[in-house]
Design a protein around this ligand. Structure first.
Ligand code: AMP
Ligand code: GLY
Length: 425
């Protein structure tokens, strides 16, 4: 197949690596990509936010499937433009992507579908915010309504900090004040064709910047899969997945279909396992980053087959995706200053040595160059790359990941040392 992937992060690199690993001889294209993706796919220059440009490119080059990685092109309606021209595309249209693009929209759909989630109050002024704080109590959860790359949320018991966060986002529109939910978090991905879903294996993301869940929320600093403790709590991973499919994924898919805005693409359920049951923290309309980097290496079913079936409305005929018994962990290397003020343009070294560690792959997020042989590979953003390690158990995978990470040089960079530590004991 000829497959075009839109995006430039580690998630897109992981998708391309999984497509390549099928060994099916796919021709892979990516726009805009990054320095790591350049080694695994042909980079092309097409404006990923311009539906007409992407459609024209796909037509001219006889692309069989377009996979949209990030949220911005989804919210911009790129999938609608492709679908109108009959080009198979994995990614929801503009209307259904509001599930991620607007937290208020997501709450409305969850209410209509009867999906369990925390109570939320929409606040348009500081007085509203204060009222909601009084009503819901501490700790305070404040969320910006639009896309904020995981950084629009603050969870704190410090009322002044919570107020300051609300004040920062209020000029752009109402904010959501949410009931604080406590419990372990799970990221569960569903492939959807608009009518039905197929679940992937659960993963856990580490959202805070520093060890011990300290520091600000980020886009995600590491992840692991599967989650052995789910079996203890729910009997088996399958039972957990079936429960979430029934209580969360299918009701939302049916609701969006009934509203005339079917969701075709990846439904990412951000869940929290509270003492009162499984609740949704948020939905995303695309693969998670960094969870994709550890879920896809464990997937045994060909990814292209699943994505194409979802894009063409044929998931019903697909078996449940199968996963290997290996475990996978990923650790994110972030630039100095991430998430507040990442320092970019610095040289990265040691990647070949790191990649030589058994079971390890380096997945690129924000890298560029070298433009000439012998030139520098440089960091161009906050989350620079992921070390992904696979092994028969978490202790092995962790040893491999951190051995590889120790071989990489990037001035001032930081990474968490406690990814999957609790499950490796
Ligand atoms: P979100 O962008 O909605 O996924 O929020 C980012 C992170 O903030 C989540 O992964 C949680 O760790 C935390 N969070 C969000 N909403 C809540 C909530 N209602 N209660 C507790 N923590 C939350
Ligand atoms: N890992 C969090 C996200 O993809 O939004």
């Amino acid at each position: 197949m000829k497959i075009l992937v839109l995006g430039s992060g580690a998630r897109e690199h992981a998708i391309i690596l999984a497509l390549k690993a099928e060994g099916a001889g796919h021709e892979l294209f990516c726009s805009p990509g990054n320095a790591g993706i350049a080694a695994d796919a042909t980079l092309v220059a097409v404006d990923q936010l311009d539906g007409r440009a992407v459609t024209a490119y796909a037509n001219e080059h006889s692309i069989d499937l377009v996979v949209i990685g990030p949220e911005a092109p989804l919210v911009a309606g790129v999938a609608d433009a492709l679908r109108e021209r009959g080009i198979p595309v994995f990614g929801p249209g503009k209307a259904a992507a509001q599930l991620e693009g607007s937290k208020a929209f997501a709450k409305r759909v969850m209410d209509a579908a009867g999906v369990p989630t925390g109570r939320a109050v929409r606040a348009a002024s500081i007085a509203d915010v204060e009222g909601a704080f009084d009503e819901l109590g501490a700790p305070y959860v404040v969320k910006a309504d639009g896309l904020a790359a995981g950084k629009g949320v603050v969870v704190t018991s410090d009322r002044a900090e919570a107020l300051a966060h609300a004040e920062h986002y209020l000029p752009a529109g109402p904010v959501l004040i949410e009931e604080f939910l406590s419990g372990p978090e799970v990221s569960l991905f569903f492939l959807s064709d608009g009518d039905t879903v197929r679940a992937l294996s659960p993963a856990q993301d580490f959202k805070r910047a520093f060890d011990g869940d300290e520091g600000p929320n980020t886009g995600g600093m590491g992840a692991y899969s599967p989650l052995p403790w789910l079996a203890e709590q729910f009997g088996s991973e399958r039972e957990f997945v079936d429960l979430v499919t029934e209580q969360v994924a299918m009701p939302v898919i049916r609701q969006l279909d009934a509203e005339g805005t079917p969701f075709i693409g990846l439904l990412y359920a951000g869940l929290i396992l509270t003492p009162a049951g499984v609740k949704v923290i948020e939905f995303n309309a695309r693969f998670g980053d960094p969870e994709t980097q550890i879920v896809l290496p464990r997937l045994r079913t060909p990814l292209s087959q699943l994505l194409l079936a979802a894009a063409s409305g044929n998931l019903e005929g697909q078996p449940q995706p199968e996963f290997s018994d290996d475990v996978a962990i990923t650790v994110v290397l972030a630039s100095e200053g991430y998430p507040e003020a990442p320092q970019t343009g610095r040289q990265i070294a040691g990647l070949a040595d790191a990649a030589s560690v058994e079971g390890v792959r380096i997945v690129h997020a924000a890298t560029a160059g070298p433009d000439a042989p012998g030139g520098d590979l440089v960091a161009t953003g906050g989350r620079v790359l992921n070390v992904v390690a696979v092994g028969s158990d978490f202790a092995t995978a962790r040893t491999r990941a951190y051995d590889a990470m120790g071989r990489i040089d990037l001035d001032g960079a930081h990474y968490r040392r406690d990814i999957a530590a609790a499950v490796a004991e």
